[in-house]
Write a protein that binds this ligand. Structure first.
Ligand code: CTP
Length: 397
């Protein structure tokens, strides 16, 4: 159910716009309050009066209405718990992906922090155009949810992909977002992401292939559930998700310093960073020359941030990550115990679709009650949400 939730429905100019009237009904039946914004093109397909009658609210159609209005329309940006754009044309996807705000819907979308869900509907060739594909990827990377269009007969008479998704699937997608929104409000979540670099000399360092994708997906998902999020990130090429506090660091020592500074004020720690366990004992301020046959580098241990957190836990929820090549469950359980964690995410290298750098991962979750849950191959974004579902359970327990 979406009882008490505020849903802003954006309707754009596709023939599928008439189906959105049913969406308003479906969402209202599930307890939501629905406001509708229509673009100019949408009004060519269906009248605002239909949406006004179904939603019980005046429909917003103009950026600068002639008549006096009681609530400035931009207030809808704050009012919405979830924004659903259905049908979403290539035009609105392109505008939101590029940050354009030339009408009421694109302006409100840009002004809102609410989770954003798109249900695209368009001609198959438009949907597969590289620019549209790129825009959809960009929006997904920024945490937008997509209810993928279906294959079937399109308005132009051809058969292909681009038909608005089944209305029940769209409503289910919105309900999931409603469910999640606010689950972590009032909580401060600390996430670490990526790798660390441990310098040997000015041009060389020890590191690992972690890209930060998992940690960034967790930070964004926690933010969408209403948490205040601090993200400590090692070097990465990922753009930071909006609405979170980002702290860039390079070495394990810098990561530890920032993490220790933030620890007291946070409630939940998701330690996704692949922190170096060792660093060169001596840093050479000059580039090391290749004199002689070889080089022996002495290494020393870095501080184990998570183990330190585990020793002074005081009611916080601690989630660790373990990367194992063999005896995964046994080794990860040992880490869960020794670091005093609530949950450990075990990542076993070797399976296709698992490990560093990719968009997917295959993991097993082990909690402090020894419950073991092996998850299928998931995108890192979906995995982030599965992990956060468990975090929410731990918070509620
Ligand atoms: N971790 C940490 N500080 C370190 C090293 C690791 O906080 N200096 C955290 C990682 O972010 C991760 C978990 O501890 O959440 C991983 O535990 P660890 O025992 O370091 O696992 P591995 O790196 O896989 O180490 P090992 O070589 O012992 O298997």
């Amino acid at each position: 159910m979406c009882t008490g939730k505020n849903i802003l429905l954006g309707v754009t100019g596709s023939i599928a716009a008439y189906k959105s009237a049913e969406l308003v009904r479906g969402l209202k039946v599930r307890g939501a309050d629905v406001h509708v914004i229509m673009t100019r093109s949408a009004q060519k397909f269906i009248s605002a009066l239909t949406f006004q009658t179904l939603s019980g609210h005046r429909v917003v159609t103009e950026m600068f209405p002639q008549e006096e209005i009681s609530v400035p329309h931009i207030k809808l940006a704050e009012w919405a718990d979830v924004i659903l754009v259905a049908p979403a044309t290539a035009n609105i996807l392109g505008k939101v992906a590029s940050g354009l705000a030339d009408d009421m819907l694109s302006t409100v979308v840009l002004a809102s922090k609410a989770p954003l869900c798109f249900a695209p509907a368009m001609n198959a060739r438009m949907l597969s155009h590289p620019v549209v594909v790129d825009n959809i990827r960009k929006l997904k990377d920024r945490g937008c949810t997509f209810i993928e269009p279906e294959r079937g007969e399109l308005a132009c008479g051809t058969i292909g992909e681009g038909r608005l998704a089944d209305l029940e699937a769209i409503i289910d997608g919105v309900m999931t977002l409603c469910d999640r929104s606010g689950q972590l409000s009032g909580k401060h979540v600390l996430v670490t992401a990526g790798r660390t670099e441990e310098p040997l000399d000015p041009v060389r360092f020890l590191t690992n292939p972690a890209t930060g994708k998992m940690g960034y997906a967790l930070a964004e998902a926690a933010h969408l559930r209403g948490a205040r999020v601090s993200l400590i990130s090692g070097p990465t090429h990922i753009s930071p998700p909006p609405g979170i506090d980002l702290f860039n660091v390079r070495t394990a020592e810098e990561m530890a310093r920032k993490a220790f500074e933030l620890y007291e004020e946070c409630d939940i720690v998701l330690m996704a960073a692949a922190v170096a366990d060792f660093r060169p004992k001596n840093f050479s301020t000059e580039k090391i020359k290749k004199n002689g046959a070889g080089l022996t580098v002495a290494l020393e241990r870095t501080e184990d941030i998570l183990a330190d957190f585990g020793r002074r836990k005081s009611g916080k929820i601690l989630i660790g990550f373990a990367l194992e090549t063999d005896d995964g469950v046994e080794n990860a359980t040992e880490k869960l115990n020794s670091k005093n964690l609530d949950l450990i995410v075990l990542n076993c290298l070797g399976e296709e679709g698992a490990g560093f750098g990719g968009d997917t991962n295959i993991v097993t979750l082990i909690d402090r009650f020894r419950r073991i849950e092996k998850l299928p191959k998931l995108t890192k974004r979906d995995l982030a949400n599965r992990i956060l579902d468990r975090v929410v359970d731990l918070v509620n327990e």
